[in-house]
Ligand binder design. Structure first.
Ligand code: NHW
Ligand code: NZE
Length: 390
């Protein structure tokens, strides 16, 4: 009888691991109003203080970058750690409608050093093709390595919850590599080698017993140029045409973020080393297809020759004329052209259509999807998920 397990999460409006599914989906907590929410921030241990980060401020951006590059997510073997760039963080955390107190930092009062962080961004979610909910997407929860296991994470989570509730929002969506109560779905990640020599040198991949380096390089070789007629980079001018087509594509899934035109302009306008987006334009100038991938390198921890793994991650796409596998094949060609070492994808949306044929291999972990204060009437298969979190 584990009494001490989930000591924090058992106090939160999330399903218990063994809860049954209800007939209908709905909120877990009693319905509350913003005036019921405590006005003061949650107490921090002595010597620490809250701060709101403003990523237009270079010092704040530098401090967030440094906290994450040194203390954020590592793989299970502690060989790699995410290295979100400053430009990427500004892109990911300044979408339309952002609230300035939803970038919550914890500083050491004496030195002003940033030692903790959690972020929220506003999203318009559509669940099970019927429930439209304005909620928050939580990400970048991080506590400095020296301050771990002091129950600081629950304080950060309760504080961002308070700040979201005050805006009259009561649900959240988030993902994590760790298992906590209670995943709505568990996605798997897959990798497609672009630079097999480097991946083998850094022990990301290994040579099969009867495989030579030459053979592996030949297997993963890609053309120099793209193969789709009418393929070109997305520009802001395409947002009006792309938005309805993207939302239409996402309607088939049971969990997705419904994009406004302003969202599409923000999230998909190409930014070098951050976001790459392409459209397929027919002869009569109609946009028929779209794909995008984002740039998220990882630090290679303690390697003599290489210090960074350049990874591209499949983001959003839709296809109305070109088969999805041809779109993603061209994404691979472009990622290789932009000197990425590996192209990553999850088995959500319709991605299983291309993983095998395009030579993706399964990764060594899972990405759990979560909802806060919303009990679903069913467990989702990854193919029911239509949302990618960075
Ligand atoms: C209506 C609005 C609602 C908004 C809020 C919605 C919910 C948002 C939820 C957040 C979503 C974030 C999504 C996201 O950012 C993407 S997942 C990436 C999270 N960040 C990292 O993994 C970075 C490296 N690790 C750290 O910085 C620390 O280990 C962290 C800060 C993770 C935990 O710091 P610590 O020093 O290692 O641990 P204590 O302070 O002693 O606290 C231990 C408690 O924290 C629970 N824990 C551990 N990892 C967690 C995780 N990834 N989510 C949720 N809970 C997590 C753990 O189960 C335990 O609770 P329990 O006793 O019940 O088991
Ligand atoms: C999503 N977003 C919230 C960041 C995040 N948090 N926790 C995670 C756990 C796994 C993945 C992930 C998602 C897709 C993928 F293809 C590979 C991944 O991790 C590989 C292992 N790894 C960890 C660090 N460097 C390499 C992302 C995340």
């Amino acid at each position: 009888l584990q009494t001490n397990q989930w000591q924090f999460w058992n106090t939160q409006p999330v399903p218990k691991m063994d809860d049954p599914f209800p007939e209908n989906s709905g909120p877990i907590d009693v319905i509350k109003k913003p005036e019921d929410v405590q006005k003061e921030p949650y107490n921090l241990p002595a010597g620490f203080e809250w701060c709101n980060l403003n990523l237009k401020n270079k010092d704040d951006l530098d401090q967030l970058y440094t906290l994450l590059v040194e203390n954020y997510v590592e793989d299970d073997d502690n060989m790699f750690r995410f290295d979100y760039s400053r430009e990427f963080l500004r892109w990911a955390l300044s979408p339309p409608g952002q609230y300035e107190d939803w970038l919550a930092g914890v500083r050491v009062t004496k030195t002003k050093k940033l030692v903790g962080f959690i972020s929220g961004i506003p999203v318009h979610m559509v669940l099970q093709k019927k429930d439209n909910i304005k909620m928050t997407e939580i990400n970048f929860l991080c506590v400095n390595k020296k301050l771990r296991s002091k129950r600081l994470a629950p304080v950060l989570i309760k504080e961002i919850t308070r700040r979201v509730n005050i805006k009259n929002m009561w649900q959240a969506v988030y993902t994590a590599g760790v298992l906590i109560p209670k995943p709505i779905s568990i996605a798997q990640y897959f990798h497609r080698s672009l630079n097999p020599k480097k991946l083998i040198e850094i022990n990301f991949s290994s040579l099969g017993k009867n495989q030579t380096m030459a053979r592996v390089q030949k297997l993963y070789k890609l053309p120099e140029e793209t193969t789709i007629q009418g393929l070109r980079p997305f520009t802001k001018k395409d947002a009006a045409a792309v938005t309805p087509l993207l939302n239409k594509y996402l309607e088939q899934f049971d969990l997705y973020h419904s994009f406004s035109v302003e969202d599409v302009k923000h999230y998909f306008t190409p930014v070098e080393n951050v976001i790459y987006s392409y459209v397929v334009e027919s002869q009569d100038k109609q946009i028929t297809d779209f794909f995008s991938f984002y740039c998220l390198p990882s630090t290679i921890i303690n390697h003599p020759k290489h210090n960074q793994l350049r990874a591209a991650y499949s983001y959003y796409h839709f296809s109305t004329a070109t088969p999805l596998k041809d779109l993603i094949y061209n994404a691979l060609i472009l990622a290789k052209k932009y000197d990425f070492d590996v192209f990553n994808a999850l088995n959500l949306m319709e991605n299983t259509q291309f993983l095998d044929e395009l030579l993706f291999s399964p990764g060594d972990g899972n990405l759990h999807y979560y909802l806060y204060n919303w009990r679903l009437s069913e467990q989702f298969k990854p193919s029911q998920l239509g949302m990618v979190l960075v």
